[in-house]
Design a protein around this ligand. Structure first.
Ligand SMILES: Nc1ncnc2c1ncn2[C@@H]1O[C@H](COP(=O)(O)OP(=O)(O)OP(=O)(O)O)[C@@H](O)[C@H]1O
Ligand SMILES: Cc1ncc(CO)c(N)n1
Length: 269
């Protein structure tokens, strides 16, 4: 009999942020905040803090495969997030590995300038569009990433979302951070998602949290539109509650309500 209380297992494929706020580390926290257990496949590492990425190191594709095989052999994976993935070779391997895993795949195409991401070169862009998009449940670029993928330098998030549907994504959320204008499109509808724009300076990891939250909510069986609306509200709340005393740059988001968990403040059960 299925154990309905068991947390669903999600897999995140991406890159380590030594600063702990974004990347794989951010994903683990965001997924935990919606009651998911997280397995991880690292495509690379960054030496990073809240002021930026200082150095990067890719994981060999063979070792990415070894991590995936280990996790796949042991867990009942319910949803997958693909984040920062480095190169066309990494992307093609990931697409091959995910091809027969019939679960929602959330693709967050992180830019090279942020962390050594998927969109660095023409080959990587082509691999993402040709190999990974057909497997995706939803694509979650920010405006800059959407512009890079489409080659459209001028359009706003609504039009970019439609263009990405034209490139083969079944559904898209184009986010625009502090501008507060996110757009959802799925080929049938296109709608602007209403959310506040907070000015806390604590946005590090917001995009990673957003796509990980969609992944976690999909693992719980929520329909995509509902998962997107809830993830948008939760990610925005994580910026509002961000940890402004941590780091000297763009402070990290907080999805877990950490201050309330300090000894003496936690509610006993
Ligand atoms: N200033 C903000 N106020 C409220 N919500 C925000 C803000 N910035 C980000 N968010 C939340 O985070 C989500 C992702 O936003 P954003 O466009 O910043 O992602 P991103 O640029 O991909 O982030 P990252 O650089 O961390 O990858 C938004 O949908 C929103 O819910
Ligand atoms: C590893 C990593 N992935 C994604 C982002 C985007 O926030 C980041 N800063 N670092």
């Amino acid at each position: 009999m299925p154990d309905n209380a068991a947390p669903p297992v999600c897999l995140t494929i991406g890159t380590s942020d030594s600063g702990g706020g974004a990347g794989i580390q951010g994903d683990i926290k965001a997924l935990a905040s919606v009651g998911c257990f997280t397995a991880t496949v690292l495509a690379g590492l960054t030496a990073q803090n809240t002021t930026g990425v200082l150095s990067r190191h890719p994981v060999p594709v063979d070792f990415l495969r070894a991590q995936f095989d280990a996790v796949r052999a042991d867990f009942d994976i319910r949803a997958v997030k693909v984040g920062t993935t480095w190169s066309a070779a990494h992307l093609l391997a990931i697409a091959e590995l995910l091809a027969d895993l019939a679960v929602p795949v959330v693709v967050d195409p992180v830019m090279v300038s942020a962390a050594g991401g998927a969109l660095g070169g023409r080959d990587a862009r082509a691999a993402l569009i040709e190999a990974l998009l057909p497997l995706a449940d939803v694509l979650t670029p920010n405006v800059a990433e959407a512009r890079l993928l489409t080659g459209d330098e001028t359009s706003g998030p609504g039009e970019l979302a439609q263009r990405l549907i034209g490139l083969g994504a079944p559904a898209v959320v184009v986010t625009s951070g502090g501008d507060g204008e996110d757009w959802f499109a799925d080929g049938l509808t296109a709608l602007r998602l209403d959310r506040p724009a907070h000015r806390t300076g604590a946005e590090h990891g917001a995009g990673c949290a957003h796509s990980a939250l969609i992944t976690g909510l999909r693992a719980h069986g929520l329909p995509l539109s509902q998962a997107v609306l809830e993830a948008t509200a939760l990610a925005s709340g994580a910026v509002r509650d961000g940890l402004t005393s941590i780091g000297r740059g763009v402070h990290p988001v907080d999805v877990l309500g950490l201050p309330a968990r300090a000894p003496g403040r936690a509610t006993a059960v």
